[in-house]
Design a protein. Structure first.
Length: 668
């Protein structure tokens, strides 16, 4: 099988990898296009089926709404017959307009209703028209009631009052008995009328007719027994009103019967017919819905089957081709991996397989072969490179030692300057003391000669004693000054050499530093102003702090006032101390030539100096920066501008941070 695979793999490798990948991509594109066409065709069928199904469901919802509106219209109509309120009439009017407009619009838009839309509209028109007939009948009932029931009943009540008044005015009248009977029949008639109007029951109408007949039967009797023409005229009018009332009740009964017939036939009957038609159409719609749902399901199933079959076939073909292409890439890559692993392991004797292939892997194999050859050449050069690296490391070590030596030289150069200045300062009082001592020796010799000759006078002795006292005072003063200078320099020298941590008064330390640099300031014609409040006690490193301040003083003397020294002008330097909580701020400022922005930005860099040709090393401010930030645990800032002098602000903690070497030093 491997023998069959190798020739097939060789055939595949005749194509570049990009063409193999493009071939697979083309097959995938064909698959995607075929699937897209199937999906599009299925989507069209599903869309048609879904549109039909949605139309059927919309028709069903419309029919349900029409049925509900019809039932509501029917209920409102019955309610209006019982309670003719304006709100009920407005709701009926709105509902009938909505019902008819929906039917007309849906009949034009819905194909399922085209066959029955006109029938539904006709039944709905009759149903709605029945309400108009009912409302007209109701209006007639109200008119009949007002003209033939209510008005005659009021007139009859007035006539009874007239007759009773005349009967009461005639003593011994015989009309009272039939009048009372007629009056009782009138009350019974009115009660039956009200019952009839509310219930429209035939028994109530018959009772009204009987009571009206009873009233009319009493009228001839009362006419025979009447006293006067006025009473007779009133009785005739009562008979006419009773007849009118009875006829009104008969007419009202006929209208109520017509109203009941309209309710039954035009309202309830048409409503029942409309509901029956809606149920029939709904059954047809549900059958159409089931058919549409079946077509939708069949279309969906058919599309899924086609899609699955095509996808499976194409995936199978693409999988086989992808396997062949991947094998044509992976096997050569494994060979390259083995060759590169051998090269990485230093086994350069193994050859790279597949160098003669015509695809990208063959090109990579050729590149790996070149890499192998280069690796062999590189191996020969590694020894030379290693030797060069060792020489560079030695040179770097020597350079670091030279830098450390330069920094130490900078420290000792500053200390040497202090020694020269202090020597000069000590030389003055010592020289004066030597002169005074020499003069005192000569005076002693003169006094001794006078004393040996016997010519010593008291005044000479007194003058000698006075001179000796003055000379002694001068000697003591100058020698004490020299001793103070020596002690100050000794303390500075000890601090610089030992670099120990101790507690010290900052003002006293600054005064000692000022005393050590005063000769340099005096020689450069620089005037110093110091504000050194006492009582600022620090637990820190006085030696490194003195080195920082000394470097600032010497840097100002050598760089800030060089132009003024040439012109013989005087410079000005200030040193101030200010405590702020657990920190102290030291401000050193001069009014010299200042620095440009570029120079100020690089002032703390090592070996940066503007006096390279005049002996400057560029380590003074760099050393000060390192001491302040690393050893003393503070920060230093420089503010300067051309012709505006320089101002150094040093902020230090009163208690310096512990250094790594202190515990071991204390333990030692």
């Amino acid at each position: 099988m491997n023998g069959d695979r190798k020739p097939l793999q060789g055939l595949v490798r005749r194509w570049p990898i990009r063409r193999r990948i493009l071939a697979i991509a083309a097959l995938n594109s064909v698959l995607a296009l075929a699937l897209l066409l199937i999906v599009w065709d299925g989507a069209q069928g599903l869309s048609r089926a879904w549109t039909e199904l949605r139309q059927v469901r919309q028709t069903e919802r419309f029919l349900d709404q029409i049925d509900r509106d019809t039932e509501r219209h029917q209920g409102l109509t019955h309610r209006y017959i019982v309670q003719p309120e304006p709100e009920v009439l407005a709701e009926i009017t709105r509902l009938r307009e909505t019902l008819l407009s929906r039917l007309r619009v849906q009949a034009r838009l819905d194909p399922l209703l085209k066959g029955v839309a006109q029938q539904l509209t006709d039944v709905t028109d009759r149903f709605v028209g029945g309400f108009d007939a009912l409302r007209d009948g109701r209006s007639r009932i109200w008119a009949i009631y007002d003209d033939q029931i209510a008005r005659p009943s009021r007139e009859m009540s007035g006539l009874y009052g007239v007759i009773e008044g005349l009967e009461a005015a005639t003593p011994g009248s015989l009309v009272a008995a039939p009048l009372a009977k007629s009056r009782e029949a009138y009350h019974a008639m009115m009660l039956s009328t009200n019952a009839f109007y509310l219930s429209t029951a035939p028994d109530a109408a018959e009772e009204v007719a009987r009571q009206a007949a009873a009233i009319r039967r009493t009228v001839p009797v009362m006419v025979d027994l009447a006293n006067g023409d006025i009473q007779r005229l009133a009785l005739d009018a009562l008979d006419q009103r009773a007849s009118t009332f009875a006829q009104g009740v008969e007419t009202l009964a006929a209208e109520f019967a017509a109203q009941a017939r309209l309710l039954k036939e035009e309202i309830d009957g048409n409503a029942d017919r409309l509901s029956a038609m809606i149920r029939g159409v709904s059954a047809e719609v549900r059958a159409a819905e089931r058919a549409a749902q079946a077509r939708f399901d069949d279309t969906l199933s058919d599309a899924a089957t086609k899609l699955g079959a095509v996808a499976f076939g194409f995936v199978l073909v693409v999988a086989v081709l992808s396997l062949m292409v991947s094998k044509s890439i992976i096997d050569p890559l494994h060979g390259l991996h083995r060759a590169m692993t051998a090269i990485a392991g230093g086994r350069y004797e193994e050859e790279v397989p597949g160098r003669n292939a015509h695809d990208e892997v063959g090109e990579m194999a050729g590149a790996v072969e070149v890499f192998r050859e280069n690796a062999i050449a590189r191996q020969r050069a590694e020894n030379d490179l290693r030797a060069a690296k060792e020489r560079a490391e030695v040179a770097l070590s020597e350079l670091r030692e030279a830098q450390a030596s330069l920094i130490e030289a900078e420290k000792f150069a500053a200390l040497g300057g202090l020694v020269a200045g202090v020597a000069h300062e000590v030389n003055n009082p010592v020289g004066i003391s030597l002169t005074v001592a020499s003069s005192l020796t000569m005076r002693c010799d003169a006094i001794a000669a006078e004393l040996s000759g016997g010519g010593l006078r008291k005044s000479q002795l007194v003058e000698f004693v006075t001179g000796v006292r003055d000379a002694g005072g001068q000697l003591v003063a100058n020698l004490m000054r020299a001793g103070d200078l020596v002690r100050a320099f000794k303390q500075i020298a000890v601090d610089r050499s030992l670099d120990d941590r101790r507690s010290f008064d900052l003002a006293e330390t600054c005064e000692q530093i000022i005393a050590s640099v005063r000769p340099e300031l005096k020689a450069a014609r620089v005037r110093l102003e110091a504000s050194l409040p006492a009582g600022i006690v620090m637990d820190s490193y006085p030696g490194p702090l003195g080195q920082v301040l000394t470097n600032l003083f010497l840097n100002a003397v050598r760089h800030a006032f060089q132009d003024r020294q040439d012109a013989g002008a005087e410079g000005h330097v200030t040193l101030t101390l200010e405590r702020a909580g657990d920190r102290v701020q030291i401000t050193f400022a001069d009014d010299g030539c200042g620095m440009s922005e570029e120079v100020a930005r690089r002032a703390f860099e090592p070996f940066f100096t503007t006096q390279r040709g005049r002996g400057g090393t560029g380590l003074g401010l760099h050393l000060a920066y390192n001491i302040v930030t690393r050893q003393l645990g503070g920060r230093i800032a420089l503010h300067s501008a051309p012709n505006a002098g320089c101002r150094f602000q040093i902020t230090l903690p009163l208690v310096a941070p512990q250094r790594d070497e202190e515990p071991s030093r204390q333990a030692a």
